[in-house]
Write a protein that binds this ligand. Sequence first.
Ligand code: GUN
Length: 283
Amino acid sequence: MAKIIDGKKISQEIKDELKEKTGQLKQEGVSVCLAVIQVGNNPASTVYVGNKKKACAYVGIESLAYELPEETTEEELLKLVRELNEKEEVDGILVQLPLPSHIDEDKVIQAISPLKDVDGFHPQSVGALSIGQKGFVSCTPAGIIQLLKRSGVEIDGKECVIVGRSNIVGKPMALLLLRENGTVTVCHSHTSDLKEVTRRADILVVAIGKAKMVDSSYIKEGAVVIDVGMDRDENGKLCGDVDFDSVKEKAGAVTPVPGGVGPMTIAMLMNNCVEAALQKKGL
Ligand code: GUN
């Protein structure tokens, strides 16, 4: 029976560490502030944004919420982002994705100052990560590294396989595992023999968006399996990309959904906000 990696518990530890840090900073007269922009009312985005605001309140980060109507133009959104770039008291800027189809997401992300890019989506942040320079790292893959480290999983020298090559998870995940000296393979929809590759993994990260696709036949005995999926099963119940019940007998460790990777994303966002404030003060 696999060890269950408890993302809820580990994310709570990180938030508590950050809460202590913001408390100390407040005594030194330093506050931390995140601006969160949501355009339209995509129900999933509303839940995510609500969770981010709640986490800010817990950790001691001020949050400024900008809830803009669906009809907001690209120019109006860009103007707001530029204003927030200039605002001294704002440390981090987060534009919740997806944006309505009439707005070019890339253009909006590029408008965010890299110094306030707490999502780590700006091309400069991604470029810095790829050449080992300082910059903000996308929160979900950064959270997965924390999950592994805080669960005592060694990455150095290990065979790491990622299924999925998105800009937000797969690609930065590959770079982070590489930075930790893992041997990294990225699989995707054109990989010819997926199982042959995933069965080599000591650490398998699955981010494909297909409910319960990865069962025990995809994994090696004792592998660490990280499930980034947020899907619904045939009964409408929340589940991951990994068939948890099938994998748990064979894996060495596995993350559940919910309560695995999900809570880590927000904890790392909070971490990036505190980092942004520290960097601004030259601390
Ligand atoms: N939409 C889904 N996940 C994310 C995220 O991590 N950041 C932003 N900005 N939008 C998202």
